[in-house]
Design a protein around this ligand. Structure first.
Ligand code: TRP
Length: 343
């Protein structure tokens, strides 16, 4: 049993991103850059998780036209950021039906008690959990299927997805135990460090987020150079200037965030940023940060717009990606059916 895809790498990476058009600097520094790097060391599959998108109310994901647009936008953004669709398998989840098929089997492996402990469900469902969709509750099981349908060994995610990955391991272990076979790998989380955690420009204790009502809180990948410079100029800071050592950032979340963004964009450490700007005022640092952000982001925005003007290209990437993904997923699903006893 099991498969070989003919890749030159022994480790297989899978990660997923929600189709939302509103990609921002947090997505870029926190996820996209890491994914781009992993293409050189691992076999990589990157999945636009449209099945996950519909677990929220239609009013949240916007309906069919917006969903189609969001899937294209996010695909274009990832390519523009450096995902090479020839190296990586870039596809959308709903085209590879094995994700949904394996989810059903995993629904019968996962226990209610495990899902009851998922903190993201509690956050997303809010006070009235009776009104949440069954799909939202089942979200982590679908995520486990996304990973295990490819026997992925490494999954790069943010800190907030750690609990879901533990669930994925529990499902793999229980499946293997229930059927007495070492079939699914025990997947390693690759937690993308706090250095790449980008916080809101209005409140350094909150994550930069597409759902923040204030657009000033985030830098969108589609922002113009003027927008970017203005948002950084207006970013919240405190009354002190920049410290000359990283230690001086402690307890100053806004200062730490801006220095962290500069460091991540430039690919240097916070200490190195402070060597250059420490002791100075925020105003001149903000000008430098605005310039740097524009330099790094505007080529991506331009490339994204160019790609989106060529719908046939995006369509071709997703069709090719789905075929390559399915070539790995289908034999694994066949094995699962045999193992479970389906005729
Ligand atoms: N839940 C993930 C997030 O919100 C997205 C996701 C779906 C994912 N399926 C995945 C991430 C599989 C990694 C692997 O970020």
């Amino acid at each position: 049993m099991s498969q070989s895809s003919g890749s030159q790498f022994k480790d297989r990476v899978l990660s997923g991103m929600q189709p939302t058009g509103n990609l921002h600097l947090g997505n870029y520094l926190g996820a996209m850059l890491n994914w781009v790097k992993m293409q050189d060391t691992h076999e990589t599959l990157y999945c636009v998780v449209d099945l996950h998108a519909i677990t929220q109310p239609v009013s949240v994901w916007g309906g069919p036209d917006i969903l189609r647009k969001s899937i294209r936008d996010v695909t274009a953004a990832y390519i523009a950021a450096g995902i090479n669709p020839k190296k990586s398998i870039l596809f959308n989840q709903s085209r590879v039906h094995e994700h949904a098929e394996l989810t059903w089997v995993f629904n019968c492996v996962a226990r209610l008690g495990w899902l009851d402990r998922m903190t993201q469900f509690k956050e997303k469902a809010g006070k009235d959990k009776e009104r949440a969709s069954v799909g939202l509750y089942d979200y982590p099981v679908l995520m486990a299927a996304d990973i295990l349908i490819y026997h992925a060994t490494h999954v790069p995610v943010g800190e907030d997805q750690k609990q879901h990955l533990e669930l994925c391991r529990d499902i793999a272990i229980k499946f293997n135990n229930d059927f007495g076979i070492e079939f699914f790998p025990i997947t390693e989380p690759v937690i993308m460090g706090p250095a790449t955690r980008v916080m809101s420009l209005r409140d350094g204790t909150k994550k930069m987020s597409k759902s923040d009502p204030s657009d000033l809180s985030r830098i969108n990948l589609t922002d113009s150079p003027d927008d970017i410079a203005r948002k950084i100029r207006k970013a919240k800071t405190d009354a002190d200037g920049l410290p000359s050592e990283a230690k001086g950032l402690e307890g100053r979340p806004e200062a730490e965030n801006l220095v962290g963004i500069y460091a991540a964009l430039e690919g240097i450490s916070a200490a190195e940023v402070l060597k250059q700007f420490g002791g100075g005022q925020f105003s001149s640092f903000k000008t430098a940060l605005g310039d740097l952000a524009v330099t790094k982001l505007s080529p991506i925005t331009a490339e994204m717009n160019k790609l989106l003007a060529d719908q046939a290209y995006i369509e071709g990437v997703l069709t090719d990606g789905a075929a390559r993904a399915q070539a790995i997923a289908a034999p694994i699903m066949q094995d699962v059916k045999k193992i479970v006893g389906f005729l």
